[in-house]
Design a protein around this ligand. Structure first.
Ligand SMILES: [Zn+2]
Length: 112
């Protein structure tokens, strides 16, 4: 509509920034996964099962998290990685603990 204010530039800039981070991550994913497993072990940092086939971002890309810094990456199983999305890790673990998946992990629940 004529006369309406232009869409907020900040929203567009933020979307672009998330896209840039995602692209950077997609480029680096295959290279970084072995490093993450070597650094943190093959245990999912969210639920503790020893089946971390993916890499999760501690601070999500959408929240401004660094896409490729090892300090922002943790091993994660696929169900946790897709279920957590942008939830804070502590919140996610608490929610998961109330309604545990089977089989229940026997140790390292809090993924130190
Ligand atoms: Zn998990």
């Amino acid at each position: 509509m004529p006369g309406e204010p232009a869409p907020a530039e900040t929203a567009d800039a933020r979307t672009d920034a998330v896209g840039d981070r995602r692209r950077a991550w997609n480029r680096a994913r295959d290279r970084l996964y072995p490093l993450v497993i070597e650094t943190y072990g093959p245990t999912c940092w969210l639920c503790g099962i020893a089946d971390a086939t993916t890499t999760d971002h501690v601070v999500p890309l959408s929240a401004g998290g660094h896409p490729t810094a090892l300090s922002n990456l943790r091993p994660s199983c696929r169900p946790c990685n897709s279920a957590r999305q942008d939830t804070n890790a502590v919140t996610y673990r608490a929610k998961k603990q109330r309604r545990p998946a089977t089989p229940r992990p026997s140790r390292n629940w809090f993924g130190t």
